[in-house]
Design a protein around this ligand. Structure first.
Ligand code: ADP
Ligand code: MG
Length: 271
C-alpha cells in the first residue's frame, strides 16, 4: 500500500522483522459528514512495540485509535487484529463487512484506556477491575478477586482495593482503569491521552505504570502530549496532522531532525 503522505518515508523499526503485526491498518479513511478526519492511514504495531501518536488537537488521533478498535466504523480500508479482520475488507471489488458477532471476539485482545477513566462510581477499585472478569469471562468471585488484586498490585494500588473512585486521586483512578484493562489479558493496549485530564503532579505515577508495562513487553499505541515520555519509551513516534500520518520513525529522529515544517512547528509549541 502507498504510505499516507509523500512528505517522508516512514522509517522501519527493528521490530518489523519479527513477523506478524498485532495491529495492522491498511488505507483507513473516515469522514464525519463532509469532514475527512482520516485519510489513507497505514498503521502497524509489531509485538512488544510501543508507538506514541502525537499531533495537534483535531488531527484525528482519537478517531484513529477508535477505528483501530472498531469503536468507530471506518469508511475505507481494513483493520486486522492478530491477523483477523476487524470491520471491513475488499473482496473482488466489493466492500465486505466482517460478521457482527465476530467483532467482540476479534477486538478482545485490545485493552483501552481513555482520558476520562470511566470507572463505575458506586463500585470499589477492586470491583471496577473484577466486573468484566466475572460478567464477561465468567470467573467466580474468588478467582476474579484474586486476579483483580494481582492487577491492582501491578499498578501499585493493592492497598486502595476497597476505596470508591471518589476517594481516589485522578492518577489513582487512571491506574485502576489500567488495571481493569490489564485484567482482560490484552495482547495490545491503546491509550488515548491517559494523562491529559490529570493535575500535573499526578501525571508521573501513571506514566511510570505505562513505562513498566513497556518494560514488561506490552504492545502499546499511546496518543500523548507527553513528549519526554514519548522520547524515552516509544520505539516509534507517529506524527499526525489533518487526518494523515506526516512522519513516523524513532523518537530521536523525529524529535531531533523533524523533516516536515508541520512537525517542526508542532514541536516548537511544546518546547
Ligand atoms: P484528536 O484526537 O487528534 O484531537 P479527533 O480524532 O478527536 O482528533 O477528531 C478529529 C476531527 O474529527 C475533529 O475535527 C473533530 O471535531 C472531528 N470529530 C471527531 N469525532 C466526531 C464525531 N463523532 N462527529 C463529528 N465530528 C467528529
Ligand atoms: Mg483526541
Amino acid at each position: 500500500m502507498p504510505m499516507a503522505d509523500a512528505v517522508t518515508t516512514p522509517t522501519t523499526t527493528p521490530h518489523q522483522t519479527h513477523g506478524e503485526p498485532i495491529v495492522e491498518a491498511r488505507g483507513i479513511g473516515k469522514s464525519f459528514g463532509e469532514l475527512e478526519v482520516l485519510s489513507d492511514i497505514d498503521f502497524r504495531l509489531e509485538p512488544s512495540e510501543v508507538v506514541c501518536v502525537i499531533g495537534p488537537s483535531g488531527s484525528g488521533k482519537s478517531t484513529l485509535l477508535r477505528c483501530l478498535a472498531f469503536l468507530e466504523p471506518y469508511d475505507h480500508g481494513s483493520v486486522y487484529i492478530d491477523g483477523q479482520l476487524l470491520g471491513y475488507e475488499e473482496r473482488g471489488g466489493m466492500r465486505v463487512r466482517a460478521r457482527e458477532s465476530r467483532v467482540d471476539a476479534v477486538r478482545a485482545p485490545v485493552g483501552m484506556v481513555f482520558q476520562h477513566f470511566h470507572l463505575w462510581p458506586h463500585r470499589t477499585a477492586l470491583e471496577n477491575v473484577t466486573e468484566a472478569l466475572r460478567l464477561v469471562n465468567g470467573l467466580s468471585r474468588r478467582d476474579a478477586e484474586a486476579e483483580g488484586m494481582a492487577m491492582l498490585e501491578r499498578v501499585g494500588l493493592a492497598e486502595r482495593a476497597g476505596h470508591f473512585p471518589e476517594s481516589l486521586s485522578g492518577g489513582q483512578k487512571q491506574r485502576v482503569a489500567i488495571a481493569r484493562a490489564l485484567a482482560m489479558q490484552p495482547r495490545v493496549m491503546f491509550f488515548d491521552e491517559p494523562t491529559s485530564a490529570l493535575d500535573p503532579e499526578l501525571v508521573g505515577e501513571v506514566l511510570d505504570v505505562m513505562k513498566q508495562l513497556a518494560h514488561d513487553g506490552m504492545t502499546m499505541a499511546i496518543v500523548t502530549h507527553e513528549m519526554g515520555f514519548a522520547a524515552k519509551v516509544a520505539d516509534r513516534v507517529v506524527f499526525m496532522d489533518q487526518g494523515r500520518i506526516i512522519e513516523s520513525g524513532p523518537p530521536e529522529t523525529l524529535f531531533r531532525t523533524p523533516r516536515s515544517e508541520r512537525l517542526q512547528q508542532f514541536l516548537n509549541t511544546w518546547r
